[in-house]
Design a protein around this ligand. Structure first.
Ligand code: PPS
Length: 367
């Protein structure tokens, strides 16, 4: 009888252990689901980026014999087909039939390629908005975070860089954005070593507002920062602008473009107006898609103006419960800067802006 009792007791405690494990598992699933669906767009995106970057390099399978446009032979020599996920835009039936055939489709789709187009600048111009808007396009795959290869991590080598890229199918465009490339002296020659056919996109914004936006970002990380005017002026009595301050220097677009034009012809550049990206995102996206040789998929039906955010946001994508606005670090309120300092900066930038309009063949209307 004691033996039977003991067995029954053991059975019960085993059942209890299993039950408690199952309930812990479901609680975790519930918590995860809650955070997944209630989180901010940027947080989700950050998770995806971190996961993408932490994912170990896949083992090499088949050598990729396919050639791809816009790439240099040396840079391409090591291309391989590699395991990847089924492409998002692939129809469910195609995915199913591939899986039903027992073919390990997820192991043969996609190739990591060098970007054919890069958003090279400018910092605080609206580069994140542009990249996120482009990512809606089924023929664009982009790295979420900024790789900083051509400025900070060049010594890691081209293969390191290519490994950061998402997998693409033939016909899809690989992209990345790192706004500091535009002001990095060595970047043009380095990009050209990778591929001189690379398309270059520069989102430009009134250099005065851009400088204030840049300052606002630094201030948010370092509240003890000196005032904007004390950093912008070399000397408060003479009113001479301090061009060594990066927030000022970045706005000398003509000077930076000159450096790039030593390696790339003007036809390789598209200058996107940061202002119009806010006032008419669909119009500006039309130009970008044309430049990239893409079908005009991203259009006004994808955007709505969010009154609370004060910026255009993406409408609820299919299968998502929420519309997507950029995170809090995009569209921050700017501190009030004395009007005479802003005027001084406007006067300072005017000749550089005019030179830039001439060089780019576009009048951005900042003056
Ligand atoms: N749709 C939308 N939503 C939010 N913000 C938008 C959008 N379109 C353009 N912008 C402007 O983008 C500015 C930030 O530029 P970047 O993304 O290039 O900044 S960064 O260099 O990557 O830090 C950011 O600058 P601040 O307003 O100064 O924060 C915005 O003005």
């Amino acid at each position: 009888e004691r033996l039977v009792d003991l067995r029954a007791h053991r059975h019960r405690s085993l059942e209890e252990t299993v039950l408690s494990k199952v309930s812990v598992f479901f609680t975790m699933v519930l918590i995860f689901t809650y955070f997944f669906y209630s989180s901010d767009y940027d947080i989700l995106d950050d998770h995806r980026r971190v996961l993408d970057e932490l994912r170990p390099s896949p083992p090499r399978l088949l050598p990729d014999a396919r050639s791809h446009r816009n790439r240099t032979a040396s840079a391409d020599a090591e291309q391989v087909d590699a395991p990847g996920q089924l492409p998002q835009h692939m129809s469910d039936s195609a995915k199913e039939s591939a899986q039903n055939n027992g073919i390990p489709v997820s192991n043969t789709f996609g190739t990591k390629r060098f970007p054919q187009a890069i958003i090279i600048g400018v910092k605080k111009g609206g580069t994140r908005a542009l990249l996120e808007f482009l990512r809606i396009h089924p023929d664009v795959r982009a790295v979420g975070s900024e790789p900083h290869f051509f400025d900070r991590f060049y010594d890691r080598g081209l293969e390191w860089y290519r490994n950061l890229m998402p997998r693409t199918l033939d016909g899809q465009i690989t992209m990345e954005k790192t706004p500091s490339y535009f002001v990095t002296k060595e970047a043009p020659s380095r990009v050209c070593i990778m591929n001189c056919q690379t398309k270059l996109i520069v989102v430009v914004r009134d250099p005065v507002t851009r400088a204030v936006s840049d300052y606002t970002q630094t201030l948010s990380k370092n509240p003890g920062l000196p005032s904007f005017q004390s950093l912008a002026l070399k000397n408060s009595t003479t009113g001479v602008i301090d061009t060594t301050w990066s927030a000022v220097r970045i706005g000398l677009y003509a000077k930076h473009l000159e450096n790039w034009l030593q390696y790339f012809p003007l036809s390789h550049f598209l200058f996107v107006s940061g202002e119009r990206l806010v006032s008419d995102p669909a119009g500006e996206m039309g130009r970008v898609q044309d430049f990239l040789g893409l079908k005009r998929v991203v259009s006004d039906k994808h955007f709505y103006f969010n009154q609370t955010k004060g910026f255009p946001c993406l409408k609820k994508p299919e299968g998502s419960s929420r519309p997507r606005c950029l995170g809090k670090s995009k569209g921050r309120p700017h501190p009030q800067i004395p009007s005479e300092i802003l005027q001084r900066l406007r006067d300072f930038y005017r000749p550089f802006n005019h030179l830039f309009y001439q060089m780019s063949g576009q009048d951005f209307g900042w003056d």
